[in-house]
Design a protein around this ligand. Sequence first.
Ligand SMILES: Cc1cc2nc3c(=O)[nH]c(=O)nc-3n(C[C@H](O)[C@H](O)[C@H](O)COP(=O)(O)OP(=O)(O)OC[C@H]3O[C@@H](n4cnc5c(N)ncnc54)[C@H](O)[C@@H]3O)c2cc1C
Length: 572
Amino acid sequence: MIRMSQVKVSVRLLLKCLPVQDARQGIITVAEERLVIQAAAKVLGIQADEVRNFVIRKKSLDARKKNGREDNIYYIYQVELSCNNEQKLVKRYGRNDVVFIPGNEKEKLLGSLLSFINKNIRNVNALNLNSNKNKRVIVAGMGPAGLFAALVLARAGFNPVVLERGKEVKERQRVVNGFWNGDTLNPECNVQFGEGGAGTFSDGKLNTLVKDKDGFNRMVLKTFAEFGAPSEILYLQKPHIGTDRLAGVVEAMRNEIIKLGGTVYFNTRLDGVIYKDGCISGVRVTKITGNGICGESREINCSHLILAIGHSARDTFYNLDSDGLYMEPKAFAIGIRIEHPQDIIGYSQYGELYKKLPAADYKLSYNTKDGRGVYSFCMCPGGYVVNASSEPGRLVVNGMSNYARDGRNANSAIVVTVSPEDFDGKGPLAGIEFQRKWEEEAYRQAGGKIPVQLFGDFCNNVKSTGFGGIIPDMKGGYAFANTRAVLPVVIGNLVEEGIMQFGKRIKGYSREDAVISGIESRTSSPVRITRDKGLQANIHGIYPCGEGAGYAGGITSAAADGIRVALAVINS
Ligand SMILES: Cc1cc2nc3c(=O)[nH]c(=O)nc-3n(C[C@H](O)[C@H](O)[C@H](O)COP(=O)(O)OP(=O)(O)OC[C@H]3O[C@@H](n4cnc5c(N)ncnc54)[C@H](O)[C@@H]3O)c2cc1C
């Protein structure tokens, strides 16, 4: 087999044969595949009809060298194929973007690992894993980490018990939409808490910077596709599911876990751990009723606990800290969210062609004079700014998009890393208090609504009184305020400096009427729960997992950590 990683097809040529809808989503059509086969054959100096077993593995859009000319925008494909004289052709081509893969070795390995995990994990004994079925495994939290951990355990026949403080996804959507339309915040079921976790109301971006040495990232994508995510996530360089499609995928995974013997308790909050001689023996849980009211508490025995509670489970971090679970403060980032018309981002990235291509995104970073970095985070093309609060009297924003990414605005967080030195207090939970302080300021600034301000006024530290050419696209009420005041002074200065610099890279990025909202403070966990090589905490049998525990950032890496931890429990 031959693997080629730089097969180029000009976007202009491609758009001639692609229906606009497919082009906008990056979906590969038969006509497109034919063009890519011709391009690959041309590189190898053979006829297209000599190509066999053709597969497109990756597809990405490259507009870096466009220099104002749309002819210079290409799709780059990674493909695999077979044909006659493979080794001779590769040798003749002589560059490393075309390699000969003997007998499909890597794929066999990768293939077998995946099918091994997927297919054979149901029969662990066949794998001589020294596991025993008497393990009573509890998974706390049903975000990507908890969901994938529970699925792997269920597929291995371990009948996991899953605890989720929030509601099942459909009910959760009703509660969250109610909140965005003015209902009181439910502190147990909101954008952070509930089935599917924090990522359920998101853009569902699945790309991750975490290296995939175990093949778990690939397994996450395959599993999402298996449960109904759009199949192009398996080959797009920047795959995304969109909030409107993610909910169905989460529900299907939950049903599979239950079908395989798992049990899911919604509206059930883990409040503490019980252990003897340094080993976990059970958990304390509280039933949540109505609008987040605490009901009866009870204890549930277990031999293993996977703690996948996310970065916003602050009350639980306090309980676990007082129960003696070791944790330490961790750096994260804070800032604001900025909105621009999606058109100016599209035009800046792709020229006139942007109307026919997937909604353009951007990734920006800048090192300020005093050596601190300002960067864009969780950019949502054609998306919404959302009120992502989870605690009464504290306000936080984030971003989301639907699968189509067809909203009028592009938005992104512009953030600066803060570390324990920046936190006012000391101790493992000082980062939480730092977040709370500034989220309270954000709540105060606009009386509980999302504080908004134009960039020009942000620079002058004054409250805005009217919009310019950009009307915000938000989920949740908003009001004019001095949004700059929701940030520590030094962070406000750095964010301003960064946006000014980004205005030199994307025309119109630092325009005076760009809309600023805040605070963006839940970029990752302010805590790390320490774990050893066996992925266990200081209390034996507890497995800190995912973003909340400080071992992941984003949907895919959290889900991959869920797989990793579940296998550690199976093999323990
Ligand atoms: C609005 C928004 C948009 C985002 N967009 C993206 C994106 O496009 N792409 C991306 O990669 N990442 C995105 N993220 C980040 C991503 O959602 C997280 O990185 C990811 O969900 C972390 O997964 P997790 O399973 O570790 O934790 P979480 O998803 O936070 O899940 C934790 C779960 O634990 C539950 N829980 C908490 N405490 C308890 C308790 N005491 N007892 C029982 N259950 C409990 C919570 O209710 C929650 O369901 C976004 C986040 C938000 C908020």
